[in-house]
Ligand binder design. Structure first.
Ligand code: BGC
Length: 578
């Protein structure tokens, strides 16, 4: 896998001016409901066969609005907004809410606000017929004899906690002991001092079709199949088991180290040869007392937001393979009463910029809706197989050494988050706001983000130079936050733990410590794994890691294979220490 980089989207949030688009403008009128309120809307689109850009202008004809405005409408068809600018545009079902940006939340009488959005659709792209500004329908005038009816409240659809699919508990980690994978445990125990950590639950990666039955003789991972692991979990008396669903067509589209066995057009095989057999085994009534936790498809959906400049990612976006594949997995697995789906949501160093944050939440919703029910998603996981610090103890996003925001440092690079916990909690809020159940919980992979050992800073820097301050204060010692392969200097992070913080279901070890992220040079194999130079310690980088050195350890085997030197370093640099 290659948990990882964002396309460098520098600078500020989406306040971009847009060019006015061609297409028919329509002015919309309907009855209006309040004496001192009135508005007019012009809505125009520039469309192609599967998508369109919308441009909306709203004029306030009533009393001045201060403290924020909301323009709402409903689409008649399957239009789905993927991105907005100059307003916070969110969509729940067919209902759309465009909220004023914080920097422009007043609208004087006769003043105009303009914003835009991108959307997908199929079939007919009918223009909405009714718009409301702060609950008042936009008729193009302020009525002299206002009706006595109360204005309708804007349909911002406050998310409510809804009953989950099946009889599921809120937090499957709470009060339950995790399954210890005996194959991982044996490898950890074989290392000096390994028994100090080998009793921790780690996830079992179903990283190819053959892994369902068991894969004797493969060069990475173990020989036990899914049913073997589930049986062993019952024998251990475990309360939960963690599995990773990881075999999409065109897998790991923006990198090479974890390319998989299925080609870009193999969605039918993904469904029938991979997901269906997994669902059949998980649904076996003998496992009904076990909480089966599925981590769904690492890196896939975020790659469709930031990395479509890579050809395979563009293909997986246009052919729908990722969204439909994730939707199918969520549907089949979510239907099982004791199964919990957590969708991978990248990490702060990838989607922590506003330009990536909202669109990623939106595509998560799209995949969940493709499953037929957003409640097939129990939660999300961040930092899977990545190295981002859980918390930076010596600075926050609000720190400003010498009066300069840390956001301006080269390391933070205008990101809105400096660590994973703050990001995961904020992203959870965002996901609920776009339409996920308010009961969703987050997981954070803390298997390799400890950053202890001799190079861990002991306190905040006193420098007033923002770069010096951040570089001396940060515990994440990577050369660049976009580096992701076998990072030198990393340590084991927080041990797996249920309900450690607000909104967080658990800290988990999904990437089994000691398993490689990718080979340092090309190693022929029959798993589809390629050689990604981000795993080569001599590589000087690309635009996704600021053209920095890769920071990876030398002599690594292919992804998933045991990497003894890395495991030893992770133990030495563990934080909390072993
Ligand atoms: C690899 C998988 C492996 C997993 C866990 C991924 O990077 O592609 O084959 O199972 O890591 O180590």
């Amino acid at each position: 896998m290659s948990p990882r980089p964002h396309t460098m989207v520098r600078g500020l949030t989406a306040a971009a001016a847009i060019t006015l688009l061609t297409g028919a403008g329509i002015a919309v009128a309907a009855q209006q409901a309040s004496a001192a309120a009135g508005c007019q809307v012009t809505y125009s689109v520039n469309q192609w066969s599967t998508g369109f850009t919308g441009n909306v202008t709203v004029t306030n004809l009533g009393d001045p609005i201060t403290g924020g405005w909301n323009l709402t409408w409903a689409f008649a068809g399957n239009q789905r907004i993927t991105q907005g600018w100059s307003a916070t545009v969110t969509q729940t079902g067919q209902q759309v809410n465009a909220a004023s940006p914080t920097w422009a939340n007043s609208l004087a009488t006769n003043a105009t606000a303009n914003f835009g959005f991108n959307a997908d659709y199929s079939g007919t792209n009918a223009a909405p017929t009714t718009f409301s500004l702060n609950g008042t329908a936009c008729t193009g005038s302020v009525p002299t004899n206002p009706p006595t009816t109360t204005p309708t409240t804007p349909p911002t659809t406050p998310p409510t906690s809804q009953p989950p699919v099946g009889n599921k508990v809120d937090n499957p980690y709470a009060g339950a002991r995790g399954y210890v994978n005996p194959e991982w445990k044996a490898k950890a125990d074989a290392e000096p001092g390994g028994s100090r950590v080998s009793n921790n639950p780690t996830a079992v990666w179903l990283d190819r079709i053959a892994a369902i039955e068991g894969t004797s003789g493969s060069s990475s991972n173990g020989a036990m199949g899914l049913a073997d692991h589930l049986d062993a979990a019952l024998a251990q008396g475990a309360g939960y088991i963690q599995l990773v669903i990881y075999n999409l067509p065109g897998r790991d589209c923006s990198a090479l180290a974890s390319n998989g066995e299925l080609g870009v057009n193999d969605l039918p095989r993904y469904k029938s040869e991979y997901i269906d057999p997994i669902a059949a085994i998980q649904a076996n009534p003998k496992y009904a007392g076990l909480r089966i936790i599925n981590v769904i498809e690492i890196d896939s959906l975020p790659n469709l937001i930031t990395n479509t400049n890579v050809a395979t990612c563009a293909t997986m976006k246009s052919n729908g393979g990722y969204v439909q594949g994730v939707g199918y997995a969520l549907n089949k697995l979510g239907a099982i009463g004791n199964v919990y789906n957590y969708v991978d949501a990248a990490h702060h160093g990838w989607i922590g910029w506003d330009t990536n944050f909202g669109p990623t939440a939106d595509i998560m919703l799209q995949a969940a809706q493709a499953s037929g029910n957003v409640r097939n998603v129990h939660g999300f996981i961040t930092n899977t197989a990545n190295y981002s610090a859980l918390t930076e103890p010596f600075f926050t996003i609000n720190s400003a050494p010498g009066g300069t925001s840390v956001r301006q440092s080269k390391w933070v690079d205008w990101n809105f988050y400096v660590d994973e916990l703050s990001f995961a909690q904020a992203f959870r809020t965002k996901l609920v706001s776009v339409g996920f159940d308010s009961g969703i919980g987050m997981l954070i992979d803390t298997s390799r983000n400890g950053w202890g050992g001799a190079n861990r800073p002991a306190g905040a820097s006193t420098s007033t130079n923002v770069d010096t301050f951040v570089n001396q204060s940060r515990i994440d010692r990577r050369i660049h936050a976009g580096n992701w392969c076998n990072q030198s200097g990393a340590g084991l992070g927080e041990r797996p733990k249920a309900a450690p913080a607000s909104g967080i279901d658990a800290y988990v070890w999904v990437k089994p410590p000691g398993e490689s992220d990718g080979s340092s040079s090309l190693i022929p194999n029959n798993e589809g794994k390629g050689f990604d130079r981000m795993c080569d310690p001599t590589y000087t980088g690309n635009e996704r890691n600021g053209n920095s050195m890769s920071g990876s350890l030398p002599n690594a085997p292919i992804s998933g294979a045991w990497f003894s030197a890395q495991f030893r370093e992770l133990m030495a640099n563990a934080y909390p220490a072993l």
